[in-house]
Design a protein around this ligand. Structure first.
Ligand code: SF4
Length: 433
């Protein structure tokens, strides 16, 4: 989502005459768009500002704006601690950046814009041309979260759930496709909680997928990140109905222990989660699931940890993320006693080995087979291309006749944990699309 936001912030600035520069010391203005999910996020921002200060030691200070979730969470504190910062702008207020810049000289002072002004934000953004469509583009459809998992800052930094107007999203999708996008990933902190009411008609994520599926030049549809509680039957049905919806779903479970899921306030248990996986497999037997795992959540026992390992093996997750729990200030879990770090580290290593072997086994299955790959780019100075399979696995392959945005059949000849490698040397009439 931060990549989407950064692109739109750039569009807002381009709209008032700013250009990107690759030469740091030439910049008149810096926008540090920050993420609060990862550990030590705040300190990383101050480190970056320290580097900026050094670079501008002998020249005029640039305007420095800190945006994103760290700005939202720390706001006043940041302005007090680091006088080099001119403004902190929360993720729901970044549409105000142009106005702030244009009036900065006149108003002077420090600015704190951290309201949850999300409706206004998308209304304003709609007026600004999109300049950075990629073959695989992001499109935010929903923001915020009402779930309040005990470890997570999102409900505090992004605010309550808000769904963008249905037509506004379709308009943006059509613009992206007109500009060359061939894959669109619909984004939201709780993307499958998308729910827009207009003239008594309810629009859901499944309604968006249906409309996107009919956009002729669009080849692939994805969405992320989903909450198990919002995996409704109409959404699961989309895997039967719409060919363009890719058969891989990121559906975080976080833990395989019902006791820990309860402590996390996840609002689902493992039985419910496995039922969803079952329904998804009934809709499309080839579907694959990826997840996030938090290891060492406060009070996690060896038994809880083993339950997580068991569910990993049972579901056979691919492309998953795993972390040791670390407290986020202000969240309910942050008051809990943390587990022994050494034990957490050992558990994480073991779990990651299991995820890695699942991933390797999954990739091995492609050897000597053909994969459908959406070509995203040609690698610099090489006769090689980069693209992704339907399951999001990166593929690096040789070809002498393919174009960005095409879906081509690639013969896979080798693999590692993260990538597949192969050749695209078949004649044009054998292509996949
Ligand atoms: S559902 Fe996701 S975004 Fe919402 S609180 Fe839980 S982890 Fe955070």
């Amino acid at each position: 989502m931060n990549e989407y936001d950064s692109n739109r912030i750039y569009d807002l600035l381009a709209n008032i005459g700013f250009n990107k520069t690759g030469i740091k010391t030439e910049a008149d203005c810096f926008v540090l768009n920050t993420c609060h999910i990862r550990e030590k996020a705040t300190e990383k921002v101050y480190d970056e500002i320290g580097r900026l200060k050094k670079s501008f030691k002998n020249s005029k200070k640039p305007l420095l704006i800190v945006s994103g979730c760290v700005a939202q969470a720390e706001s006043e504190e940041m302005l007090k601690r680091e006088p080099y910062i001119d403004a902190v702008i929360g993720p729901q207020s970044y549409h105000k950046i142009p106005d702030l810049i244009l009036n900065f000289e006149r108003k002077r002072g420090k600015f704190n814009e951290t309201d949850f002004d999300v409706i206004k934000k998308f209304d304003e953004l709609q007026k600004v041309p999109i300049s950075q469509a990629k073959i695989s583009s992001y499109l935010t459809i929903q923001e915020g979260c009402d779930k309040f998992c005990n470890f997570c800052v999102v409900p505090y930094t992004r605010g309550p759930e808000h769904s963008r107007p249905f037509q506004q999203i379709l308009d943006e999708a059509n613009i992206l496709v007109d500009q060359g996008a061939r894959e669109i990933t619909l984004l939201g902190q709780n993307v499958n909680a998308y729910n827009f009411l207009n003239n008594n008609k309810k629009y859901k994520l499944s309604s968006l997928i249906k409309e996107l599926d009919s956009i002729h030049s669009l080849k692939r549809i994805r969405y992320t990140t989903s909450h198990p509680k919002d995996m409704s039957d109409d959404l699961i049905d989309c895997y039967k109905k719409y060919k363009k919806l890719m058969p891989v779903l990121h559906l975080p479970i976080q833990s395989g222990s019902d006791r820990i899921l309860k402590l996390m306030n996840r609002k689902h248990d493992t039985k419910y989660y496995l039922e969803i996986v079952e329904k998804l497999k009934m809709a499309d037997k080839n579907i694959k699931i990826s997840s996030d795992f938090i290891i060492g959540y406060p009070e996690e026992t060896e038994k809880d940890y083993e339950d997580t390992i068991n569910i990993i093996k049972k579901v056979g997750f691919i492309n998953s993320y795993s972390y040791i729990y670390s407290a986020r200030p202000g969240t309910p879990a942050s008051n809990k006693k943390e587990n022994n770090f050494g034990t957490n580290k050992k558990r994480l290593k073991n779990l990651q080995n299991i995820l890695e072997s699942l991933q390797l086994n999954n990739n091995k299955k492609y050897i000597n087979k053909f994969c459908e790959v959406l070509v995203e780019k040609k690698l610099e100075n090489q006769n090689k291309y980069f693209g992704r399979t339907e399951f999001m696995t990166p593929v690096i392959f040789e070809s002498d006749n393919c174009n960005n945005g095409e879906v081509v059949k690639v013969k896979i000849v080798s693999y590692n944990r993260n990538n597949l490698f192969g050749f695209h040397k078949i004649s044009r009439n054998e292509r996949a699309a």
